[in-house]
Design a protein around this ligand. Structure first.
Ligand code: EPZ
Length: 432
């Protein structure tokens, strides 16, 4: 298995192009199941999770053609164009061996049920960052009339005769996935669905914008109350995946960690205002330049922060590990509270191997800044945790080797290349 080798100490200077958002691309691809006409998605990132989802969608009968032939692309021209066509759904079962590998594939439940009147989708199973139940998804779909049973590890869902009917779904807790699953069903249900306390993450808005292009009627996009008028069918559409705010925030933290002057190109400041406020508190200069963001830290110390993760527009849980890595070298003590997932601190023990001083008490981590980190072998445990080890490695003295890097490949497109171009010493080592 590949390793990533990082030698710390280099300042980063240059321009980093931001890819399309993984967490927008996945539900957008799943939306192709809603129509027998083609859905064209531009700016799709080349990631392991995207590739896995194409296999799952093919299993349901979705055809995929990719433009721009990845192998022939220039050195930094990111983003493929996907043409997805689910003319006929040939299988309404999403099997365990696929869903267990990527939780987002559970979101096929809503569209399969809405279009075919029946679906059998495996429960996703365990996850490194928390228990991650799917009760909110299932309760939401029940409000649209679905009959749902659990049978041998599978969710077996059936719509009433005549199809799903609009309903009122009040989420007791904000869930990105449940909002997406119910939205993907409600657009083909009869009558109006109202969703309250819906997730406001930009990726949900991007999906809703695409569904509108496909002919759906949705009011309240970007707010926590969505009004959806169901349609009998949806049409072909062309949509471009929005920029990845988590990749943007991650590179911003890398620039903050190494010092220097980095411009993040083709991305949006407003998706991350809260995270940039936190970064400014650490002593970094952040400039919103329209379609790019400039991050500079010239020599000053890293200041500590106190923050907690929250649903959008709060500080994202998907950047918690990265900011923790940054403040391991702060000039004081930071407190970081994780409120979204109950076990999202797997990076703490690995950061400690580099010399970080972090204490955990239930959902909070107290991070006492240290003067130096020292490179060591470490292990990636999940996608965002693994990139926090890259950040720590870039700040550490000497060499850090990160194993289990397939976690990184799930969500960061051409990470080493993007960083190397700005002066980082980071290489992928393939054994043998
Ligand atoms: C999405 O996961 C993202 N995944 C996650 O990104 C992200 O961390 C998360 O939203 C929160 O922003 C994708 O977009 C593919 P949730 P999701 O449902 O939808 C609880 C990454 O690294 N909950 O918003 O699964 C749940 O346990 C990934 O890219 C229920 O209790 O997250 C959690 O505590 C990791 N019952 C909270 O809600 C349910 O039925 C929020 O989870 C559903 C969720």
């Amino acid at each position: 298995m590949d390793l990533i080798k990082v030698v710390g100490g280099n300042q980063l200077n240059g321009v980093i192009p931001i890819s399309g958002a993984k967490n927008a691309a996945l539900p957008l691809m799943i939306a192709s199941l809603l129509t027998d006409e083609g859905l064209t998605l531009k700016n799709v990132p080349n990631l392991a999770d995207v590739n896995m989802l194409t296999r799952i969608l093919r299993n349901h009968g979705c055809d995929l053609a990719v433009d721009g032939k990845r192998a022939g692309r220039g050195p930094m021209q990111l983003g493929d164009t996907f043409h997805l066509t689910a003319r006929e759904i040939v299988d309404t079962t999403a099997p365990y061996d696929m869903v267990s590998r990527m939780r987002a594939s559970f979101w096929v439940l809503g569209p399969l049920l809405a279009r075919m009147g029946t679906a059998r989708v495996s429960l996703p199973g365990g996850c490194a960052i928390g228990t991650r139940p799917v009760d909110l998804h299932l309760n939401g779909l029940k409000e649209l009339g679905a009959d749902i049973e659990i049978d041998a590890g599978y969710v077996v869902a059936n719509a009433p005769k005549g199809g799903l009917v609009g309903g009122r779904v009040v989420f007791p807790k904000v869930s990105v996935g449940a909002t997406i699953n119910v939205l993907l069903a409600a657009v083909l249900a009869k009558g109006e669905t109202v969703m309250e306390n819906a997730a406001r993450e930009p990726e949900v808005g991007d999906l809703a914008d695409c569904l509108v292009k496909m002919g759906a009627k949705i009011d309240g996009i970007g707010t926590s109350t969505l009004h959806i008028q169901g349609r009998d069918r949806l049409d072909a559409a062309i949509h471009s995946v929005l920029p990845d705010r988590i990749e943007t925030g991650t590179f911003a933290m890398i620039a903050a960690a190494t010092g220097g002057d980095v411009t993040l190109e083709g991305t949006r400041y407003d998706f991350l205002a809260n995270a940039f406020d936190a970064l400014r508190q650490t002593g970094v200069t952040v400039e919103d330049k329209g379609d790019s963001i400039r991050i500079t830290r010239n020599g000053g110390a890293i200041e500590p922060v106190s923050l907690e993760t929250q649903p959008f527009p709060g500080f994202p849980t998907d950047l918690q590990a990265q900011i923790m890595a940054l403040v391991t070298r702060a000039s004081g003590t930071s407190v970081i509270r994780e409120t979204i997932f109950e076990n999202r601190f797997m990076h703490v023990q690995e950061l400690a191997r580099l010399g970080a001083d972090i204490h955990l008490h239930s959902d909070s981590a107290t991070v006492k800044g240290v003067a130096t980190l020292t490179g060591a072998p470490v292990m990636a445990t999940d996608l965002r945790a693994s990139v926090s080890l890259v950040i720590a490695g870039l700040m550490a003295e000497g060499e850090t080797t990160i194993s289990r890097v397939y976690h990184l490949d799930r969500g960061f497109e051409r990470l080493e290349e993007k960083l190397t171009r700005c002066g980082a010493d980071i290489t992928r080592v393939s054994p043998g």
